[in-house]
Design a protein around this ligand. Sequence first.
Ligand SMILES: *Cc1c(COP(=O)(O)O)cnc(C)c1O
Length: 370
Amino acid sequence: MHPSTRVIRAGLPPVEQGAPFLPGPTFAAPYHLAGDPTTSSYTYGRFHNPTWTHFEAALAELEGGPALVFGSGMAAIASIFGAVLRPGDIAVLPADSYYTTRLIATGYFTQMGVQVRLAPTAGNAQIEHIKGAKLVWLETPTNPGLEVCEIATLVEAAHAEGALVAVDNTTPTALGQQPLVLGADYSVASDTKALTGHSDLLLGHVAARDAALLDPVRVWRTQIGAIPGPMEVWLAHRSLATLALRLERACANALALAAFLQRHPAVLSVRYPGLPDDPSHPIAARQMRHFGPVVSFTLADRTAAERFLASCHLISEATSFGGLHTMAERRARWGGDAVSEGFIRLSAGIEHVDDLLTDLEQGLNTLSAY
Ligand SMILES: *Cc1c(COP(=O)(O)O)cnc(C)c1O
């Protein structure tokens, strides 16, 4: 079955006469529970929820391994660090990962006695630092630099050293790339982005190669309480059915915008793994089903980037990506990433491509006078 078909029914319970396809959200703190708690699948709302169960079944189908949903992408990421890393352990992270991932590793987990090694994503450079590691963290493509590494190659090297491998799969989603199928132990994502795609909720998940690897992550979620609300999870499951449709349009738009940006004189450089001449393309084409909605490009400086963003009518200035609406931002306004002052991260939405190209062109043309 095609993944784009699978995603429409993923996680739905068997059809039943008179019942909805996707049951509504279950709002419960305690469940009625008389006597021995082991006789009930549902006991207390921090442990489990039927709305999570359906969505997690969907994620497991898409990822190829059992999954747990979390209240945000960072809650999911922290759960792997918390479940796997102990004082004295070595963790290898991308130097160009999502900023907050590096921040909790080099902040909190370093203070707790974990040794963190950072190396760039491009050129599989993390492979040189794996010796003696407990956990190798990958992010491919990276946010916001869109660098790519070869998951299977890094997994092989890490497993030879006895290390576990986790991949932040946020940018492509499980429909675009399956880290578990490529050998990784954990696939983790912020579902705030393209997976749910409507810019109306925060959510994350962890999927694991097997149930034994997921167990300590479940204990962490239950004890720390990094749980999502049932309404968010229900909205996420509802949004999942259109994932393939949304990505098809958004990725086609991203490619068209990237190709246009490459030809415009005001643009100094463009990155998109789907461009045939992008340095990420050869590896991306081997391990990804689509190249994601995110494009990055560089304008002359901060003034040019701010002027461009202010001139766009359709392209909204916002952080985050993977939503229905095309958005862009000057990434250096946050600090933390090694990007130039004129660097823009653009997330292609699902508008008609002609309207996006028109807006992009008029926005860039305001820079020619400058
Ligand atoms: C947004 C993002 C996160 C964090 O997700 P939240 O849902 O905001 O907590 C982690 N990794 C990547 C690659 C992201 O883009």
